[in-house]
Design a protein around this ligand. Sequence first.
Ligand SMILES: Cc1cc2nc3c(=O)[nH]c(=O)nc-3n(C[C@H](O)[C@H](O)[C@H](O)COP(=O)(O)OP(=O)(O)OC[C@H]3O[C@@H](n4cnc5c(N)ncnc54)[C@H](O)[C@@H]3O)c2cc1C
Length: 587
Amino acid sequence: MPNYIAPLEDMMFLFNKLRNNEKYNEIEKYKEVNSELVKDILEEAAKISQNLILPLAKSGDESPPVLENGVVRTSPGYKEAYKKFIEDGWISLSCDPKYGGQGMPKTVSTFFDEMLSSTSLAFKLYSELTIGAYNCILRHASEEIKNTYLPKMVEGKWSGTMCLTEPVCGTDLGLLKTKAEEQSDGTYKISGQKIFITSGDHDLTENIIHLVLARATDSPKGTKGISLFLVPKFIVKEDGNVGSRNGVSTGSIENKMGIKGSATCVLNFDEATGYMIGPKNRGLNSMFTMMNLERIVVGIQGLGISEIAYQNSLSYAKERKQGKANNTKSQNGADFIIDHADIRRSLLNMKSIIEGERALCFWLSQQTEVSLHHSNENAKQEASDFVSLMTPVVKSMFTDMGMEITSEAMQIHGGYGFTKDLGIEQLYRDNRITPIYEGTNSVQAADLVFRKLVTKNGDIIDKYLKLVKEEINIKDEKIQSFTKQLDNYLDMLIKFTDWIKEKINDSKDDVSAACNDYLKVLGLVATAHAWIKVLEVSFKDYDNNKDFYEDKIQTANFYFNRVLPKAESHFKSAITGSNYIMDFKFN
Ligand SMILES: Cc1cc2nc3c(=O)[nH]c(=O)nc-3n(C[C@H](O)[C@H](O)[C@H](O)COP(=O)(O)OP(=O)(O)OC[C@H]3O[C@@H](n4cnc5c(N)ncnc54)[C@H](O)[C@@H]3O)c2cc1C
């Protein structure tokens, strides 16, 4: 089993030192969320992740959930761990106190999301979809529905799911067939089959609240005819308690490559009672509330798995001896593999990406809070635009990097990484779903270039690039070797953006063939921007914590010399266009 120690020092550094975000600091309700409180919360979060959750990764992988007589039984240890998890109030961390939540901002809960992803993504998913469903109900449901369902979900007694995918439709939800027939009392009868439903059934909670996309019988075809319904596994009685079984059953559990401890189910809806959430035929819009926040969390899954992969690679490299390093220290025998330049490069690649991503994610969580809770509408809108621009970037880049990093971790462990002995290959398998679910990474890239750069709110990418230009205009000479480099890549990104804007009207295939590269360039630049924020503090505050800041400066140095330049090859290959791709005849 891999080891894990939560990176609390880095997390507290971000929370304490990267808080010069004026708009975030203006949010009234978070003024009391101070450093001491956050340190206490994160220390407890680290304990529960390291001690309670980490062992579940192996048990879920070796003994996946089973379907017995129509009931899904979770892996050994999951039930007991979940009970403790909810008793200690961890599900409610970021939920509204009105419904029993602790009201912590995303600048805190994001770190907990990362710890859980590091220790057992499969276990995390049981609570993650509950929070997703909670967010969707909170924003779009009637007061009556909110009061009936949210307190139990926040308590963790009831869990949530997101039911979109069907056998014929994953990406293209316009094809969905599940139907909803309106009844005289205003409820609907939902019938159809959903597949790949995370936490679709299990034995951890007394009820499961499914959020289901379906088409009302009188609604048009395509995405404009989709509505959103709340369909509980057990009908809730007027007194708020669980009543009779609703018409939802589990057809099977998917047999998967990774996250085996997570019950991914085929669900059959047979005239199940459903309650419409939000306006009719606007179901996709309501579901997007859940999906957008979820997509950032999926990015964090990639970050969390990368972190545990890095930690174990570093320890292994310090204890495994093989071959002589160039400037060999030992006269006899072999050197530790950490002395080999190539292993050091690989470790620094992981470390510089992970710490840059964590800083970017912290900035994004500040922006998300501003977009939801700032008192000024313009501030809210601007933050919301940045969040919408960065959501596909974080989802895709962090999960793709997760593949690169878990693969490198396996490489550093050699044969012991490929065999099951140390649990490293499981990290690779567990991460492999993250570039696929919540909208594949290619679909994220298309969403970014076709819908997020310029919107009805204006030229968002222009605003973002301007913001970065302004923020890296720093007088401190020590930082200028970094800011100058980033400035060059920013200019390249500006050229790339102009190329996209020019092609988007008359050569869509050129843009489609370039969108993955564009997302990567934007991601690499955004991470460099986050690194500049870290460096600014590191140089200013250097004397107060020399070892920590020297580590940051050297790690950033690697990122700027070895990782950021990859942006150029993406740019150069993308602008070669698509004729030779589209004209190719596959036999
Ligand atoms: C473990 C697991 C858990 C899941 N959990 C849930 C869940 O809780 N709820 C839920 O509703 N779903 C869930 N899913 C489904 C998941 O979101 C879908 O698998 C995913 O969205 C892709 O859909 P698909 O599998 O039908 O692939 P398809 O949509 O068929 O895509 C196949 C390939 O074509 C590409 N492609 C598709 N359209 C385009 C396009 N327009 N342009 C370019 N390329 C395109 C895709 O990128 C992909 O590479 C889960 C899936 C898995 C495996």
